[in-house]
Design a protein around this ligand. Structure first.
Ligand code: NI
Length: 191
């Protein structure tokens, strides 16, 4: 089932999401639907709040980034087989030098800006079998995790931009909230 993706300006994107209790919902089915929704919008990550669920779950699949790379050396080894579900995740540590990359977000179509994030992230989470993991990621994999993890804490990539950039984006962002934007996947607009 494909969910409409919640657009910038909806309060659900600004709430801190809560943990999912084991047995409360069918997490396998939810994860499946989230992947389907994400692929339909050509995204590489999708978090619960983006489909209107105030729950700490996000899915990622960074492998298309490597598949679309022009040549071998543009491929990021961290994305090899990087398709995962993160439930009740908690970032334990971020480390390394901050590096910039032009990020986008399915909830904020048509805007891409450089965001600086630390190189490494250590995260504890459950998979859909409720098996617990603590793992460290780097490179693009770490970045995708950091971006999606922000979503379950009510943070958007635009929050990381310098004040001047935020000012310049104000009009575009309010247009997204009003539904005045070109987008080729289904969205739910607040106004
Ligand atoms: Ni996003």
């Amino acid at each position: 089932m494909i969910y409409p993706i919640v657009a910038y300006g909806d309060p659900v994107l600004r709430k801190e999401a809560r943990d999912i209790e084991k047995g409360e919902i069918d997490v396998k089915k939810l994860a499946e639907d989230m992947f389907e929704t994400m692929y339909a919008a050509s995204g590489v990550g999708l978090a619960g709040p983006q489909i209107g669920l105030n729950l700490r779950i996000f899915v990622v699949d960074g492998t298309p980034i490597n598949e679309n790379a022009e040549d071998e050396e543009d491929k990021d080894p961290s994305l090899e087989g990087f398709k995962k579900v993160f439930i009740n995740a908690e970032i334990l540590e971020e480390d390394g030098e901050e590096w910039g990359y032009e990020e986008g977000c399915l909830s904020i179509p048509g805007i891409r800006e450089d965001v600086y994030r630390p190189e490494f992230v250590t995260i504890r989470y459950f998979d859909t079998d409720w098996k617990e993991y603590t793992e460290t990621y780097e490179g693009m994999a770490a970045r995708i995790i950091q971006h999606e993890y922000d979503h379950i804490d009510g943070i958007l990539f635009t929050d990381h931009l310098p004040m001047i950039k935020k000012q310049l984006l104000k009009k575009k962002l309010s247009n997204i909230t009003k539904g005045d934007v070109d987008v080729d996947y289904r969205m739910k607009f607040p106004k």
